[in-house]
Design a protein around this ligand. Structure first.
Ligand code: FAD
Length: 427
């Protein structure tokens, strides 16, 4: 059943669609602007409601709060908003359709097309912050959130939180943590890694295939990023591209019969896991060829089981299946370690690529920031997210630390409105 691709809650009449802008040209680094604005920033007081992180999650919350009349300051460690999207590889497009990826109160222009480019995401986030006149302070890295045990800790107009930055501490009534699920690049500590004589980089440092043309490259990890980088390398002229796979992924088409995988995910979200697993198995048989002969058997565990248990979002195909079938991307076993210039694999073989690109994901990196507050689970996840606050931590919110089947931008938009309403109720 086709699902209309609309934002989760109706965008209000006042939401405007901006005039179309052409595909953005590369922009100069905004550092100079940020420096020029720094002095003026210093003169402005910070609001009592602080949002940490100027990505889509933080901006969406700030916009929703601002629209409710709650003065809010966004603290962003980098020189501009949307810094994660500035760093992603050039080829990247949203896998979620534009209409299911817009943030509250400001639409993405239809000229962006259905699958929005990385550059357009950056442009949208800039325009979004400007449209809502958000108070964003760039170059402000938050080191830690603590309880305020000093002045104004309790009572009427209390400011129970102390937000520590390199430039000093700010007291706050409300803190929203939006530093990103994909915060700290993760590089497994393989034996021999430090002494590896080839080139080794994390996927977060990969921008485009130019530097790898004519070279033999191993991509480690077959998530969306690894698969897409492998295809990019092939198209960019790498001599040989292999991809190391530990657990065969679920592969879905980005869109089937005009219905996006995300729309199907939204529909399936509250269906029992076993049912979704069964339906997705049927869907895979109908839409994705059997790649067993190429080293990618169909996964044993169900699609939704893997999302819920392992946080493993299915791979959305944007050229990977064709590349595997054509033999331009070769599947190999997962690495177990390095020896000189060799990469040892878990099937007992060794290979000697010139470059290893590790697409093994990220860590949330919340321990340093809020680890002392008793608001994280043993594996470093916030105990609560969205409009809820953990016991004993009123006014401390988290957004963006889940990995939903229904699309993250969409969830960030929903969370933003809910958090703003929750903050509004306690104001
Ligand atoms: C490659 C890739 C593709 C994706 N594609 C999609 C997609 O198609 N559709 C979808 O819905 N989702 C997608 N996502 C998932 C998700 O929507 C994005 O990661 C999104 O950017 C998350 O927004 P965020 O604001 O939570 O985090 P981020 O965008 O990571 O923003 C966090 C911000 O916080 C700042 N920050 C971090 N630490 C601090 C600190 N201590 N002090 C101050 N500032 C700090 C960072 O500089 C950054 O600007 C994708 C993710 C990745 C990695």
């Amino acid at each position: 059943m086709p699902v209309p691709e609309r934002v989760p809650e109706p965008v209000s009449e006042r939401d405007s669609e901006p005039a179309p802008r052409p595909e953005p040209a590369p922009r100069p680094e905004p550092a100079a602007d940020a420096a020029a604005n720094a002095a003026a920033d210093d003169a402005r007081p910070f609001a009592d409601t602080l949002v940490i992180g100027g990505g889509p999650g933080g901006l969406a919350v700030a916009a929703a709060l601002t629209r409710l009349g709650i003065a809010t300051t966004v603290l962003e460690r980098d020189d501009a908003v949307g810094s994660s999207w500035r760093r992603h590889y050039e080829r990247l497009h949203l896998h979620t359709p534009r209409r299911l990826s817009q943030l509250p109160g400001y639409r993405m222009p239809s000229s962006y097309g259905r699958w929005v480019s990385r550059a357009h995401v950056v442009e949208y986030l800039e325009d979004y912050a400007a449209h809502h006149r958000l108070d964003v302070r760039t170059g402000v890295k938050v080191l830690q959130v603590e309880r305020n045990d000093g002045p104004r800790a309790y009572g009427k107009g209390a400011l129970p939180w102390l937000v520590r930055t390199a430039d000093g501490s700010r007291r706050a009534r409300t803190v929203v943590v939006a530093t990103g699920h994909n915060h700290t690049p993760y590089l497994p500590d393989w034996p021999g890694r430090e002494a590896y004589t080839g080139e080794l980089l994390h996927a977060s440092d990969y921008r485009e295939p130019g530097p790898f043309a004519g070279r033999d490259v191993l991509v480690v990890g077959v998530g969306n990023t690894g698969a897409e980088i492998a295809v990019d390398l092939v198209e960019g002229g790498a001599r040989r591209v292999r991809i190391a796979v530990r657990t065969p992924p679920h592969i879905v088409r980005r869109s089937v019969g005009g219905v996006s995988a995300q729309a199907t995910g939204i529909l399936m979200r509250h269906v029992p896991t076993a049912v979704v697993d069964r339906l997705s198995r049927i869907n895979a048989r109908l839409t994705v060829p059997d790649l067993s002969a190429y080293g990618l058997p169909r996964p044993v565990d169900g699609l939704y089981t893997r999302i819920k248990r392992d946080d493993a979002i299915p791979l959305q195909d944007v050229g990977f299946i064709d590349a595997v079938v054509a033999g331009t991307v070769e599947v190999v076993a997962a690495p177990t370690g390095f020896s000189g210039g060799d990469v040892r694999l878990c099937d007992g073989t060794s290979i000697d690529p010139e470059v290893v690109i590790v697409a093994a994901g990220y860590r949330r990196g919340l321990d340093d920031l809020v680890g002392d507050l008793g608001v994280l689970s043993a594996d470093g996840r916030p105990l609560v997210h969205g409009p809820h606050c953990a016991a004993g931590a009123p006014g401390l919110y988290f957004t963006g630390y889940t990995n939903p089947i229904s699309g993250m931008f969409r969830e960030l938009a929903i969370d933003a409105r809910r958090i703003a309403r929750a903050v509004g109720r306690t104001s």
